[in-house]
Design a protein around this ligand. Sequence first.
Ligand code: PPE
Length: 305
Amino acid sequence: MAFKEADYIWMNGEFVAWKDAKIHILSHVVHYGTSVFEGIRAYKTPKGTAIFRLPEHTRRLFNSAKIYRMEVPFTQEEINDAIKETIKKNNLESCYIRPLVYRGYNSLGVNPFPCPVEVSIAVWEWGKYLGPEALEKGVDVKVSTWNRMAPNTFPATAKVGANYMNSQLIKMEAIEEGYTEGIALDINGWVSEGSGENLFLVMDGKMYTPPLGASILAGITRATVIELAHNIGIEVIEMMIPREFLYTCDELFFTGSAAEITPIASVDKIPVGSGRRGPITEKLQKKFFDIVENGNDPYGWLYYV
Ligand code: PPE
């Protein structure tokens, strides 16, 4: 879906008009994928616009930058403030937030050090990530022929632009074959994650999710769902998951800032459980949306703009 354009984008401390938010074609990031980023949602609540788990996202952004030896020319507090200002400046009640740290223009060649580290923050209205009916009906997915990146190649817990070339292979294959999304296995054949989502299974009343050692991003929605599940008395087990569990589990769902909590209806044309959203998935969705949409937030996860 094409952008629903907002008015302003924050670039290196200043607001510029959406259409003028440009960089040079010879910027390092354009050629070598030299960027780290976040995806965050802000929700409209009865008490005003609230950003979900903002400091956790900003911390992950800075950790991704640290892994790639990028020194962010702002503090985490400055970025948090800038994100709030950008939402205000654009008069949005709810939006998706995309902070980006990248290597800009100086010279090319793999060595990134001569290129300046720059920061931008964009916000825009973004509907349901996997389609308008996905949260209720669930999505049809396939196990990708592409694996997630191997450990010690592209670090999976760093949220960097270049990792999303692998995600694009997974996503394109799924779409070309008529599915909404793909699930990637890691290089050893264990279940890893979707192109832009973490994954949970429900089996016999317990929940299972791959550990960080299965080449996944340490999702903030993943951590959220683990905590919500514990608090309603459901055990969550982090373990290597064999592919065939995707076919035999009772419920299966994706989590992500963009995807929120999206049920999976089928894998490789095999229905998951009854083939529709399961009861535990629905319960977790209710808990999640009660926090972000109604502002019932005993956890302190909402940051009001
Ligand atoms: N795995 C991957 C590969 C991933 O990209 C995301 C977020 C997650 C797991 C879930 O992480 P979290 O958002 O912290 O719960 N994907 C972001 C980008 C999606 C995109 O298409 O761009 C997002 O959800 O914002």
